[in-house]
Design a protein around this ligand. Structure first.
Ligand SMILES: Cc1ncc(C[n+]2csc(CCOP(=O)(O)OP(=O)(O)O)c2C)c(N)n1
Ligand code: SF4
Ligand SMILES: [Mg+2]
Length: 284
């Protein structure tokens, strides 16, 4: 089994001491090592944000793309090489704000990849503005008298969009998080994992103690991961008790095995074939 150390990059993370993203990075490295993957089997793609700096600290193929644009690039990478384990990573602003359109349509497409969102309920990199998951009436740099928009429920959104795998983890529970990542990577289809990853510098509401006191593990409650209604109920649970673990996991056909251009295999391995224009004329 490859050692966790093979996934550590020479570049050391420059996150603030105590940032939740350290736990996410360590758990992802452990998950990949436990799954017997090698760095050359993995591609990690991100958008922009503190969390989106993760590929630089992870030894594998990687790409730091544009704000909210990790998912189209990650899907392109998977079309190019089906054998690659493709993981997109980013923040709540990146994925649920500017990138929300790509998020919803990636769910519908169900490409075989994993999407990890480090949800700190704030824009960290730009020094503390409200994000789509900031709780209503929270005071932030962009909402000094309190955020008037209600917070988005990423898991409910993803379930409503038809996701085949929906889970949540907490970077304060790194062993549990690594197990959630392993299940997501092994899932055949688009696997969405929202991770509570506290921003210790700009979010003084959703802290480690906040989540430690409230989170409980779905595995301890005999939750049925095939039951859509039960998953939706869990996705909307918020307050004194907040669930972590796999909410929903079902099989659904993946995009790459139905797309005509991919029937002959990975794009990277197909010989160059000029398109026959008569195919297009059939639809005129
Ligand atoms: C098109 C575009 N708009 C805005 C920005 C500025 N910007 C960079 S990161 C970011 C938000 C990051 O928040 P999040 O995705 O939650 O990541 P975090 O830093 O919290 O990990 C914004 C608005 C940008 N880089 N590009
Ligand atoms: S600003 Fe927040 S999210 Fe960014 S590195 Fe620091 S603690 Fe982490
Ligand atoms: Mg954020």
């Amino acid at each position: 089994m490859p050692d966790v150390a093979v996934f550590k990059s020479e570049v050391k993370p420059d996150w603030c001491p105590g940032c939740g993203d350290f736990g996410v990075l360590n758990s992802l490295q452990k998950a990949c090592a436990d799954l017997n993957l090698n760095p050359h089997d993995v591609m990690v793609v991100s958008g922009i944000g503190c969390s989106s700096n993760l590929p630089g600290f992870f030894n594998s193929y990687g790409m730091h793309t544009l704000h909210g644009r990790s998912l189209p690039v990650a899907q392109g990478a998977k079309f190019g090489n089906h054998d690659m384990t493709v993981i997109a990573t980013g923040g709540d602003g990146d994925g649920y704000g500017i990138g929300v359109g790509h998020f919803i349509h990636s769910i519908r497409r169900n490409v075989d990849m994993t999407y990890i969102v480090m949800d700190n309920q704030i824009y960290g990199l730009t020094t503390g503005q409200a994000s789509p998951t900031t709780e209503r009436m929270t005071k932030t740099k962009s909402t000094p008298t309190g955020c008037l928009e209600s917070s988005l429920s990423p898991l409910a959104l993803s379930l409503a969009g038809g996701a085949s795998f929906v889970a949540r983890g907490f970077s304060g529970e790194p062993m549990h998080l690594a197990e959630v990542f392993k299940a997501a990577i092994q899932h055949k289809g688009f696997a969405h994992v929202d991770v509570f990853s506290p921003c210790v510098t700009y979010n003084k509401t959703n802290t480690y103690p906040y989540f430690k006191q409230r989170t409980y593990k779905l595995e301890d409650e005999k939750h049925d991961t095939k039951n859509f209604d039960a998953a939706m109920k869990k996705a909307q649970e918020w307050g004194d008790r907040i669930p972590i673990g796999v909410l929903y996991a079902v099989e659904r056909p993946t995009y790459e095995y139905g797309e005509t251009a991919l029937m002959d295999g990975d794009l990277a391995k197909q010989p160059f074939k000029p398109l026959d224009p008569s195919i297009l004329l059939e639809f005129v």
